[in-house]
Design a protein around this ligand. Sequence first.
Ligand SMILES: Nc1ncnc2c1ncn2[C@@H]1O[C@H](COP(=O)(O)OP(=O)(O)O)[C@@H](O)[C@H]1O
Ligand SMILES: O=P(O)(O)OC[C@H](O)CO
Length: 497
Amino acid sequence: MKPAILAIDQGTTSTRAIVFDGTMEVIATSQQDLRQIYPSGGWVEHDAEEIWRATLHTTREALGTAADKGFAVQALGITNQRETVVVWDRETGEPIHNAIVWQDRRTTPQCDRLRADGAEALIAERTGLLLDPYFSATKVAWLLDNVDGAHAAAEEGRLACGTIDSFLLCRLTGGKVHATDVTNASRTSLFNIRTMAWDEDLLALFGIPAGILPEVRDCDAEFGMAQLAGSDAPIAIRGIAGDQQAALIGQQCFVPGEAKATYGTGAFILLNTGEEIVRSEHRLISTVAYRLGGELAYALEGSIFIAGAGMQWLRDGLGIVETSSESEAMARSLEEETDIVFVPALTGLGAPHWLPDARGSIFGISRSTGPAEIATAMLESVGYQTADLMTAMASDGMEAGTMRVDGGMARNDWMCQFLADILDVPIERPANLETTAVGAAYIAGRATGLIDAEFRPARKGGEAARFAPAMEVDVRKAKLARWQDAIAATKRFSGGG
Ligand SMILES: Nc1ncnc2c1ncn2[C@@H]1O[C@H](COP(=O)(O)OP(=O)(O)O)[C@@H](O)[C@H]1O
Ligand SMILES: O=P(O)(O)OC[C@H](O)CO
C-alpha cells in the first residue's frame, strides 16, 4: 500500500474528509452537511454529536476509497471552524450543551459589560483580539453560567472545554488527549500571544477555571493516535490548525507580506507578519498564524462574518436563488451595473466595524428589482467588505500586491472578477480550492516526513486562475462611495454610528 495523509476539515456548514498522497494529489473525499441551529435571534448552535458522527462517516468513506486505490493513511491533520466551543463531561465525553458557534451574538451584553469595566485594552494587549462575542471566552462563560451545575462541575475538574479541534481530538483518541494547537488557542481571548500560554488574568476576567482548558501544542506536535474504521492501524494525529490559518499554510503564505482570502460561510483575510505582532490602528486583529518546526509566525486578520452565508440566506431564507452557484449566471444576466447595495450585517458587522448589534440592509431597490439584482448585490457586498479590510491593512502599512483566494464561494468566477475590479489588484485562485484541507494535510505530512518541508502544494494540480482588474476607475470609485454611504446608514440605523 502507498502512504497517504488524511485531512479532517470541520467547517461551519459541512464536515469533510480528504485523503492526499505524498504529492498532495487528492485520492479520496467525503463530505457531509451540518445542520445549523438558530434557537433565538442572533444565536447559532451546532450539535457536537452530529459533528462527531459526520467525522466518523466521512473518514470511513474517504479511507475506504483510498484503500480501494491502494493507499494506506499514515498521518492525520485536523482543521476546523474556529472560536466555536464545546464543553463536555470528562468522564462520559458527552457535551453538556450544543456547541456555540463563532457567529453567535448572545454574549453581546457580557462584552458590553467588560468594555464598560475597561477590560478591552488588556484583552487587546494580551490576545491581539478585540472585545466581541465572536471569540470563544464569553461563549464558554455563558455555558458555565447557564447550564445547570456547570460552574461547580468545572471547578471540581469534571468538565473539559475546547474548540472543535479539541473536541474531535478527544473523541479520536478515545478520551485520552485533551489538547489544542496555538492557532485555535489564539482565537479564544484567553491565550496570551506573547507568552504563548493561557493567561491567568484573562481567565479571572472571564470567570473561567483553568482546569477546563486543553493543553496547547504546536501545529505539528504529536497529538496522539486515532483508531478509525477503514484503517487497519491507528493513525498518528500530527497536525492541527484553525481553518483560516490552515488555508494560509495551504496557500503557502510563508513569507511576511503574503496574504490570502478564504470565502466560505464568512470570509477571512490573513496576512503573514512573520515574527512580528503587528498591532492594527484600524481594528484588525493580530493572531497566531502557525508554529511549525518550532518557527512561530503571526498574522494580521480581517474577519467578515457573512460571505457565502448571505447566499445561503437568499437560498434557504428567501428562496430567491435555487443554488449558490446559480448566483453567477444571475449576475451575468444583468444588462447594466446594479446600483443596489446590500449590507449583509445578518449577524452583526465584523472587521473593521465590530458592531454585533448591526443588522443588514438593502439600499436602492425599485419595482424592477428582482432576484438577480439582489443576488448580484450580495456577491458585490463580499467585494466591498474585502475592500474595507484591504484598505485597513494598507493603512496599517501592510499592502498585499496580489490576493490569493480560496473557499467554496471562490468558485464563482464573476465574484473573483468583481474582487479584482473593486480591489484593483490581481486575484489568484489555485486549482484546488480546498486549501484548508491542503494546509492541514501539509502540516501532518511534513511532521511525519511523508512530504518535504520545501514542497509547495498550491502550485500543483494544474494552472491557477488569475483575474486582472478591468473596471474603470470612476466606476470603481462611485461604487465604493455608494458602499460607504450604505455602511454609514446601516450603522446609524443600528445605533452604532
Ligand atoms: N458558486 C458559488 N457562488 C456563490 N457562493 C457559493 C458558490 N459555491 C459555494 N458558495 C457558498 O460558499 C459556502 C461554502 O463554502 P465552504 O468553503 O464549503 O464553507 P464553510 O467552510 O464555511 O462551510 C456556502 O455558503 C455557499 O453558499
Ligand atoms: O468554517 P468556515 O470556513 O466558515 O470558517 C469559519 C472561521 O474559522 C470562523 O472564524
